[in-house]
Design a protein around this ligand. Structure first.
Ligand code: TEU
Ligand code: CA
Length: 562
């Protein structure tokens, strides 16, 4: 039997603080804003809040570039505000998980300022410095945010590595002093009483020290991933982190692991608890890449259900009994799931959002809800680059549209409207008042114009809303052990429209079937089994042998063994 853990039984809610709730009218969400909305979250029924980074930061990448790990970002408030939030959350039975960004710091972190000063600096080896090769970058790696992953620094005539923006220099994990610093700052937060960490790109902390060129991509740069993703010492480092810090507390830990394979995931999230609790894998959210594709993630294509299903079922099968899955469709880096995987037209938005939620939440693993997902919030529309705030979008535009002229502005905007990260970052839609009740000032990123119709105030009072449906899904997970610990059995794996599976525990079976299309399809799964207890469905009058467009149904069969 599966070893039990509180974080396996929990539902996590991700907050992007900049866009959640602005308490002081400066247009930027803040900690006091989060505290003011705790009753909403409690009512929804989630157990844990994961906060995207709230540390001091010059905000090149909205807090994923940290300049002081022990201070709160000025825009968000003070340490007193944080202590108040943590205490209030704990009083309400809500746990708090912090984002831990330690693959890189900000270039404005004192360590880096000192590191770049001189080759003799005691902080030089906190980062990754290399001399140029024949007057050029040390190798061909491309940064995730366009351009070379190496930045020349004239002060010492060397280059530093940045897998992300040039304001996010990578830390040198080979240096034991760096690891000591990281473990110390983690203890600082653990001793405050936080409940866990979501670890940013933790799969990339160990680099192949030979720094070889990577396979050349269509844009001419090289791919660093063979040498940085799940690099040579990553498991050694995480086991050390576990020994030194994690094992001394009772924490939820989830490693963000873009590019991770199942074999690697089994090591990161090994059930003996020697590394992390879970990882975020990226295969299913990357399924649309390459379709109508312009360049890598920049695409106008949509994922295909059979492929998404094959990926998710593979993860369910392979991790069974040896590691724990995390379940997500949305986060602050992804387009809105109802726009990407569902159908955000007025006719089907509500029903398809509920269908996706059913499909995900009845699987085995810990579900993550991203703010606004529980309202069925959709992608927004960008009319020009001026509407965008994310450095990934801005840099990609400059590289592909302005410099390389490989993509027209119109096409790039179409890609942005489909997959840009700012789709997820528009302010939370609280009510129908101006700026969606998010701020009394001017929001840092425009609200989605559909907020007058799609907002929390409208949905919390409506029993048929997406919100009410999420609330029910969360409650079901808390009352039915089979949803948490039941084994997973894929069904109808060749069906072009239906994603179906069964869960089994102690003589009971839970059948789940979800129609991912906008037309009615035949389905005899339920009629073949006879009487059961319907746990949830998103359609009022069901037909016995078909599923309506975007219908989802979950039915429980059998009596639990004592
Ligand atoms: O994301 C890392 C990552 O691998 C991606 O998902 C990637 O940033 C993005 O989607 C590019 O398309 C993490 C954070 O979640 C992201 O917000 C940060 O920008 C990034 O790390 C750097 O810290
Ligand atoms: Ca504010």
């Amino acid at each position: 039997k599966e070893p039990r853990a509180w974080w396996k039984e929990a539902v996590i809610y991700q907050i992007y603080p900049r866009s959640f709730m602005d308490a002081n009218g400066d247009g930027i969400g803040d900690l006091a804003g989060i505290t003011s909305r705790l009753p909403y979250l409690r009512e929804l029924g989630v157990d844990v809040l994961w906060l995207s980074p709230i540390y001091a930061s010059p905000n090149d990448d909205n807090g994923y570039d940290i300049s002081d790990y022990r201070a709160i970002m000025e825009d968000f408030g003070t340490m007193a505000d944080f202590d108040a939030l943590l205490a209030a959350a704990h009083r309400m039975g809500l746990k708090i998980v912090m984002d831990l960004v330690v693959n890189h710091t900000s270039d404005e972190h004192p360590w880096f300022i000192e590191s770049r000063r001189a080759k003799e600096s005691p902080y030089r080896d906190y980062y990754i410095w290399r001399p140029g090769k024949a007057g050029k970058e040390p190798n061909n790696w491309e940064s995730c945010f366009s351009g070379s992953a190496w930045q020349y620094d004239a002060a010492t005539d060397e280059y530093y590595l940045h897998l992300f923006s040039k304001k996010q220099p990578d830390l040198n994990w080979e240096n034991p002093k760096v690891r000591d610093e990281v473990y110390d700052l983690m203890k600082f937060w653990c001793d405050k009483g936080i409940d866990g960490f979501r670890m940013d790109v933790i799969s990339m902390i160990s680099k192949d020290q030979r720094f070889p060129d990577g396979p050349v991509k269509p844009d001419g740069y090289g791919d660093f991933s063979p040498y940085c993703v799940s690099g040579p010492r990553v498991h050694e480092f995480l086991q050390e982190m576990n020994r030194r810090v994690l094992s001394h507390y009772d924490l939820l830990t989830v490693g963000e692991a873009a590019g991770v394979t199942i074999e690697e995931a089994k090591k990161y999230a090994r059930s003996d608890g020697k590394e992390l609790g879970m990882v975020f894998q990226f295969e299913h959210v990357g399924e649309g890449n390459g379709k109508g594709s312009i360049i890598e993630k920049w695409t106008t294509g949509k994922p295909e259900m059979p492929k998404v299903r094959a990926i998710l079922n593979k993860w369910q099968r392979e991790l069974a009994g040896c590691a724990w899955n995390s379940l997500y469709l949305d986060n602050h880096d992804q387009p809105r799931c109802v726009s990407m995987f569902g159908n955000d037209s007025p006719k089907w938005r509500v029903r398809s959002a509920k269908m996706l939620a059913t499909c995900l939440h009845m699987q085995k693993g810990t579900p993550y809800i991203y703010q606004g997902e529980e309202l069925g919030m959709t992608n927004t529309r960008f009319h020009s680059l001026a509407d965008c705030r994310d450095l990934e979008e801005i840099n990609a535009w400059h590289q592909y549209v302005d410099e390389q002229k490989r993509v027209s502005p119109e096409t790039m905007l179409a890609c942005f409207n489909n997959v840009a990260r700012d789709n997820a970052r528009t302010p939370m839609q609280w009510d129908a008042s101006e700026n969606a009740g998010f701020t009394t000032g001017t929001p840092w990123l425009a609200v989605n114009p559909n907020y007058r119709e799609i907002n929390a105030a409208a949905e919390t009072g409506d029993p048929d809303s997406v919100y009410a449906y999420y609330k029910k899904l969360i409650a079901l997970r808390h009352t039915h052990e089979i949803i948490v610990y039941g084994t997973f059995e894929p069904l109808l794996e060749d069906d072009p429209a239906i994603y179906a599976y069964a869960r089994h525990l102690d003589g009971q079976t839970l059948l789940v079937a979800c129609n991912w299309t906008d037309h009615e399809v035949p389905c005899t799964l339920f009629s073949d089994r006879g009487e059961g207890e319907e746990l949830i469905s998103n359609v009022k009058t069901e037909k016995e042998r078909t599923l309506a467009p975007y219908e989802a149904r979950a039915v429980l069969y059998g009596k639990a063994e004592a």
